[in-house]
Design a protein around this ligand. Structure first.
Ligand code: ATP
Ligand code: MG
Length: 393
């Protein structure tokens, strides 16, 4: 990826423009962290960039951004710009193109993100970003109150970077978080969602939650309620060891007993797919399994893997009431059949034997027979199954 980005810089330079790798790439590179994407800033105008490369997607020309696709990789290439006329504490209304990278870096949120690197590895650092990287500080570029007032999402980004990198938030920046936090209400739920996901799924969800609740900057009572509860939970410290996002979210909602998980997630713009997964996992890991029979029924309904996963999360919640992997596997082994198709009677046969029109009774009868046969309570033979079916039809 770096080679392709450098080719883009080289090409832009050859045409007489300035071009740099910027922002998160330079920060992560200097920290020795893996690189996941490379943003490029240039003095070339978007139309000029479009004319210079064979494959360009014009995503945000108005804001100076296009995507250059080179060697099957996509790079955001943005013209040096400054921003003006922030309204409603959100993104700027007007951008103005400028000629120097130093000016462009001044619009960026934190000193550690206001860094640029040229083709030869020379770093442009007008705001002391390298020093702050070395001391582990999140410091706003310029006056933090003004900067958070312009675009309040930066408040959450400060917390997110602090948690992600294990950094401290510099004093003035921290104070501004307190005084400006309420502006987060003006930010779209989608943008807040994205930041929360990066915090909870990132390397240090615990620090993120602590920062959010310590600073009481987060003006959303529903989340604050969750954070306060989870902080006091004895299993909280285990959250960091669980890398899977599903484990993290499940623990969060199960530990804090959110009453309507799907509704909550929907309000906060989680995708349909993740709502389904998280809500089912929360339900399964909160369920008390009181008997072997109930456990086996859960396997039939949800699958062994799903129950093992649910109980692995449950072990953080109620370690003494958790069923271990071996137990689930052994219950699974003991099941006589595992698929409805293995049942030695089918819908057509039931209709024949009972001489009734087809209807919902068939599904109900087959489900009953499947459970009985799987649990070994009825032999999986046609005659025995019909005798059992008579009891429920
Ligand atoms: P990561 O991609 O790891 O989340 P990043 O720093 O690359 O972190 P992006 O959201 O990809 O973050 O943004 C790229 C760069 O754009 C940032 O490094 C920063 O310089 C600038 N930037 C992004 N969002 C803002 C913002 N809300 N205000 C000011 N500058 C921003
Ligand atoms: Mg990025």
């Amino acid at each position: 990826m770096e080679d392709s980005a450098n080719k883009i810089l080289q090409h832009l330079e050859k045409q007489g423009f300035f071009a740099y790798k910027v922002g998160g790439y330079v920060r992560d590179k200097l920290l020795g962290l893996p690189v996941h994407d490379i943003d490029i800033a240039t003095s070339a105008r978007p139309e000029q960039v479009i004319g210079m490369f064979p494959k360009v997607i014009p995503t945000g020309i108005k804001h100076g951004t296009v995507i250059v696709v080179l060697e099957n990789q996509a790079f955001e290439v943005t013209t040096f710009r400054v921003e003006a006329e922030y309204s409603d504490h959100r993104r700027p209304q007007i951008v103005q193109f400028v000629n120097r990278i130093e000016e462009d870096l001044g619009r960026r949120d934190f000193t550690i993100n206001a860094l640029a690197m040229d083709l030869r590895g020379r770093i442009i650092d007008p705001y002391g970003g390298q020093k702050d990287l070395a001391s582990g500080l999140i410091r706003a570029v310029g006056d933090p109150k003004l900067r958070f007032g312009e675009d309040s999402l930066r408040i959450l980004r400060a917390v997110r970077f602090a948690a992600q990198l294990g950094f401290t938030i510099e004093e003035n920046t921290w104070e501004a978080l307190y005084s400006e936090g309420h502006w987060l209400r003006e930010i779209s739920v989608e943008r807040i969602h994205q930041e929360l996901v990066k915090m909870i799924e990132g390397p240090n969800p615990i620090l993120a939650i602590k920062l959010l609740s310590d600073s009481s900057i987060f003006p959303f009572d529903d989340w604050n309620h969750i954070f306060q509860h989870v902080l006091q939970h004895p299993g909280f410290s285990l959250m960091k060891e669980r890398k899977a996002p599903l484990d993290r979210w499940t623990f969060l909602f199960a530990a804090t007993k959110v009453s309507d998980v799907p509704y909550f997630l929907q309000q906060w713009r989680f995708s349909k797919g993740s709502i389904k997964k998280i809500a089912e996992m929360v339900f399964l890991c909160q369920m008390d399994i009181k008997s072997e029979r109930q456990g086996k029924k859960c396997i039939l309904k949800y699958g062994t893997e799903q129950m093992i996963k649910a109980h692995s999360i449950r072990s953080m919640l109620f370690p003494e009431f958790t069923i271990d992997k071996e137990q689930w596997e052994s219950w699974n082994q003991q099941l006589v059949i595992r698929q409805p198709s293995e049942l030695r009677v089918n819908a057509r046969q039931l209709i024949e034997v009972f001489g009734r029109e087809s209807g919902p009774w068939i599904g109900q009868a087959l489900a009953h027979l499947f459970e009985k046969a799987a649990l070994g309570e009825v032999d999986n033979h046609f005659d025995n199954l019909i005798i059992e079916a008579r009891k429920v039809i």
